[in-house]
Design a protein around this ligand. Structure first.
Ligand SMILES: [Zn+2]
Length: 318
């Protein structure tokens, strides 16, 4: 039996979900009927957006309630098929109360290019997003699609879905939504800076200073548990093992220290790559698990590194 307080709370959440939907639509993060939002009302009750409805024009009554397996409990409209993605995240993370999925154009451009989100560029990103993962492509809608995020879900709250969009999650509706705003604004800034022709990076020591601020702000970071001295903060990915072979490699936004690693020089940086985790160049050069040569990757990587070195040299000379 649901008490009166819970009914009030549920109505407030319905109104807030419609408000977040308006923001998503007005920001251009979800064209037409794209995107979906969810909020965990109770142990096995999740409020979610209906299918084929614009997120900009939802009314509290339009929303659906499903159980954690996606079975619809209430609502006159059918629940979105992509709610399985939301439920998979909620089942893996007891702390997650809300999930937002949409297609914000700048972040989705990175998801289409499968370009890893660079670190050590903007301090706010380090503090409020931490590391961002890219999950592999799968046909949207089913459980197989939902399961693509599983290797990364515990270590981040912002995931790019390859060739699709973003999924962000957190402790309440606004927290989940804000991460979408932050990742899209960051990707927009990166693309603008790239057009100016230069992207500057800060180093591992400065990244460590930012990560150490996070506990004071109540923001957890898995790299604090791993020990910052064992983390390659600006370069290699925390998700290296989750990605398997081969993971997404940076082709456009490459931290200078990765170029140094690619040339196998001693970098003298504050955080070294842990011994179980080779640098991207070494990883690409290793034979892949299925026994085929990873030669194409090596060629592409060598070309990318050479291009970067050449452009760095010409920049230094001018
Ligand atoms: Zn989608």
């Amino acid at each position: 039996m649901v008490g009166n307080g819970s009914v009030m709370n549920e109505w407030k959440m319905r109104e807030l979900m419609c408000e977040i939907g308006r923001r998503i639509y007005q920001k251009g993060f979800a064209a037409a009927n794209d995107g979906n939002i969810s909020y965990r009302l109770g142990e096995d009750r999740v409020l979610c957006t209906p299918t084929r409805t614009s997120k900009g024009y939802m009314k509290p009554d339009d929303l659906c309630i499903v159980d954690l397996d996606g079975k619809q409990i209430s609502g006159k409209k059918k629940r979105s098929s992509e709610v399985l993605l939301h439920l998979t995240i909620m089942k893996s993370r007891a702390d997650v109360k809300s999930v937002v999925h949409c297609h914000p154009p700048h972040a989705t451009a990175f998801a289409v290019a499968r370009e890893p989100i660079p670190k050590c560029v903007l301090p706010e990103i380090e503090v409020f997003l931490g590391e961002v993962a890219i999950s592999p492509y799968e046909t949207p809608g089913g459980q197989k699609f939902a399961d693509t995020v599983l290797p990364y879900v515990k270590d981040t709250e912002t995931i790019l879905l390859a060739n699709h969009g973003t999924v962000t999650y957190g402790t309440d509706l606004e927290d989940a939504y804000f991460k979408t705003e932050i990742i899209d604004a960051y990707c927009r800034i990166l693309l603008l800076a790239k057009q100016l022709g230069r992207v500057n990076y800060y180093d591992d020591a400065k990244a460590a200073e930012l990560i150490k601020l996070k506990p004071g702000l109540g923001i957890p970071d898995p790299r604090l548990t791993l020990g910052l001295e064992n983390c390659d903060l600006c370069g290699n990915s925390l998700f290296r093992e989750g990605y398997g072979q081969p993971g997404p490699e940076p082709k456009v936004f490459i931290h200078p220290k990765l170029l140094e690693n690619g040339q196998a020089t001693s970098t003298g940086v504050a955080c070294q790559v842990p011994s179980h985790a080779p640098a991207p160049a070494a990883r690409a050069a290793a034979p892949s698990t299925n026994g085929h040569s990873a030669g194409t990757d090596v060629d592409a990587l060598v070309k990318a590194i050479t291009d970067k070195v050449m452009s760095a040299l010409s920049g230094a000379a001018s």
